[in-house]
Design a binder for this molecule. Structure first.
Ligand SMILES: [Zn+2]
Length: 362
């Protein structure tokens, strides 16, 4: 019986992809997995599906409970040839009085400590990474690298000293806002344009992040805030999980002008695997993910694109729905003739370059 030429070709692509991943560093720059720690999951294990009530996670509308499978854990990272992930402390935007801010800052610290505890519990297979050097070291040891981020500058309250405190715990980026304006800036979604971009406090925050080597993340911020942050920052900025506005008109996506500004400063746009950021009808596949990567590459070059899934925060599409399915992106990049060097840049090289530049400036 003759072999199927299509399957033989796919098998060859799979072999090439696996060989490439053994030599490059792959990073997913955004997942919200810590939101699920409260359900007693262990990132070192394959966790059974559980019944999740979206209201428990702060959904405002009454949603039907769903059966949920965690999208990021060490076994799925191993299966997906993923070397590193940014796990973030997500703070839902809420009230901004002193008492609420105090509670929010406390919550930020407690989520960060939970991330560290999860990694500590699994230290034979994972470690906390604070730099590209840490990632290289962990990969050499056969362990997964867990980086820490904060999703929403609300998490530092109004006290600039909290940036140093959280950076000391390992935080490598802060997303300046989530949905809704905060004391730092205006957001892309649910905004009243309270500050017309970055506030005076937000400017201080960006300067302090530059000083401490913490990456400035403009995913979730308004167009004006994003331009303000890029202009003010003395080192490259990132969009940790955003896609391309020209391909999918969503306020969370990056316009061509903003893309050019980010690239001109040496930054990187990490394409988000959130269905509604990839296609307006939400029916996205890996073809759309790589269409967005193609677009950034063709518009500002191969040095300014990466991947930030938003898994366990709403990210995930048919075919690329959890960390173990991420190699589908590599296969599609190979089908479109991306070189090994280009794939290395997309999967982590670009973000590592930015991390190095931001830390070197200290
Ligand atoms: Zn987000």
């Amino acid at each position: 019986m003759a072999d199927s030429p299509i399957l033989a070709e796919e098998a060859e692509l799979y072999r090439i992809a696996k060989a490439i991943h053994s030599e490059i560093y792959s990073i997913d720059s955004h997942c919200d997995t810590p939101m699920y720690f409260r359900y007693g999951i262990d990132i070192g294990k394959t966790n059974p599906a559980w019944i999740l009530n979206p209201k428990d996670l702060g959904a405002e509308t009454e949603n039907e409970p769903v059966r949920y499978n965690l999208k990021v854990d060490i076994p799925q990272m191993q299966a997906g040839w993923l070397d590193a992930v940014f796990m973030v402390a997500y703070l839902k935007q809420g009230a901004r009085d002193d008492s609420s801010l105090r509670q929010t800052v406390e919550k930020t610290g407690s989520i960060i400590r939970e991330i560290i505890a999860q990694v500590e519990k699994n230290r034979t297979v994972a470690g906390i990474a604070r730099s590209s050097g840490d990632l290289k070291q962990l990969k050499a040891e056969g362990r997964k690298a867990i980086f820490i981020g904060i999703e929403n500058g609300y998490g530092i309250g109004k006290d600039i000293r909290n940036i140093r405190k959280f950076a000391g715990l390992g935080v490598r980026y802060i997303t300046l806002s989530h949905n809704g304006d905060n004391d730092l800036c205006d957001a892309a979604v649910d905004s009243f344009s309270e500050h017309n971009g970055l506030s005076a406090f937000g400017e201080k925050v960006v300067r302090e992040m530059n000083r401490l080597g913490v990456m400035v993340d403009i995913s979730h911020t308004s167009e004006k805030t994003s331009f303000d942050a890029v202009a003010l920052s003395t080192c490259p900025v990132i969009a940790s999980h955003s896609s391309v506005k020209a391909l999918c008109n969503h306020p969370r996506n990056i316009s061509d002008q903003l893309m050019q500004a980010i690239a001109a400063k040496g930054g990187v746009i990490q394409i988000c695997i959130y269905p509604q950021f990839l296609r307006e009808d939400g029916n996205a596949t890996v073809t759309d993910v790589v269409n967005h990567i193609d677009y950034v590459t063709q518009t500002v070059g191969i040095d300014h694109v990466g991947i930030g899934s938003d898994f366990d925060g709403g990210g995930g599409i048919q075919g690329v729905n959890a960390a173990n399915e991420l190699p589908q992106i590599t296969l599609e990049l190979l089908r479109r003739n991306y070189s090994k060097d280009a794939i290395a840049k997309i999967w982590g090289g670009n973000l590592m370059r930015v991390m190095d530049a931001v830390q070197k400036q200290q």
